[in-house]
Write a protein that binds this ligand. Structure first.
Ligand code: ZN
Length: 281
């Protein structure tokens, strides 16, 4: 009688933990990034052909504070050469995301124009941007007149207003994020895709990285354990840069009693069924 009661309590406990775990799992799995459109849309790339090339027509606004980037190493370059380095730096931010196969590249082409019909991803200074914003990205999802889930053309228009080097890189990373398929993320202060970002880092946040690796999952790493779990095992409590690491700690803590309870239930179950088979109860 008492044994049975104990088993019931343990079973109940296990059920509660399991329930809690599965109730919480969708929250953890919920996309903490925002897509540019309701339907996921992606650049035309694949793991076997991962590179998407943008064409830059070598236009640039005047760049200030060149000594505040690259540790000041390139501060004497002219604006066009400096802009080329900033474009590469901005693309590297998306190319370095573990778990994403996408690779962005650019070519210089003075003849390229921002034309969302030509299926050339173009980057150009444009008077269309106006003075109130730094840049915008314009998409075309249509191929041969039909709406598709492919970002067939994404052009980045840059303001011709003078801008600091650091702000320009941040702007480029943000606009490239749109072209990749990410929308504005206003709920995460670490997100490069949000307006409410804290700090002055031009690096994508954990949610931005989750977004790009969700849109372009690298099959070579999909069999690995999620990076956050690995990081979490090394640095319990998360690093602050990856707030979801904390979730893993919390849920690991919840899962532990569940495992203990389950193990106890199972051991007792086995023991008592053996016992009853021997007629001891
Ligand atoms: Zn934006």
């Amino acid at each position: 009688m008492f044994k049975n009661h104990g088993r019931r309590v343990l079973f109940l406990l296990a059920s509660v933990w399991t329930g809690a775990l599965f109730t919480a799992l969708p929250a953890r799995d919920a996309k903490a990034f925002v897509l540019v459109s309701k339907t996921p849309r992606r650049l035309d790339a694949s793991p076997s052909s991962p590179t998407v090339t943008f064409k830059w027509n070598e236009t640039t606004p005047s760049i200030k504070d060149k000594d505040k980037l690259f540790d000041g190493a390139n501060k004497d370059l002219d604006d066009v050469e400096y802009m080329a380095l900033m474009l590469q730096l901005a693309m590297d931010q998306w190319n370095d995301v573990h778990g994403s196969y996408l690779r962005l590249a650019f070519e210089r082409d003075p003849t390229v124009v921002t034309d969302t019909e030509d299926r050339i991803h173009a980057i150009s200074v444009s008077s269309k941007v106006g003075t109130t914003s730094a840049a915008f990205a314009q998409f075309n999802y249509q191929i041969d007149g039909n709406e598709t889930n492919t970002i067939a053309d994404c052009d980045i228009y840059l303001s011709d207003s003078s801008v600091s080097a650091r702000n320009m890189v941040t702007t480029l990373v943000h606009e490239l994020g749109h072209c990749i398929g990410l929308g504005h993320n206003h709920t995460n202060y670490q997100s490069i895709m949000g307006y409410s970002r804290s700090g002055n880092s031009y690096k994508p946040g954990a949610d931005d990285k989750a977004g790009v690796s969700w849109l372009y999952p690298d099959p070579a790493v999909s069999d690995e354990a999620p990076a956050e779990l690995v990081a979490c095992g090394v640095v319990p409590g998360g690093s602050g840069e990856n707030p979801r690491g904390m979730n893993v700690v919390i849920w690991s803590m919840l899962a532990l009693p569940l495992l203990v309870a389950l193990a106890t239930v199972m051991t007792k179950g086995v023991f008592s069924s053996r016992a009853s088979a021997r007629g001891r109860t």
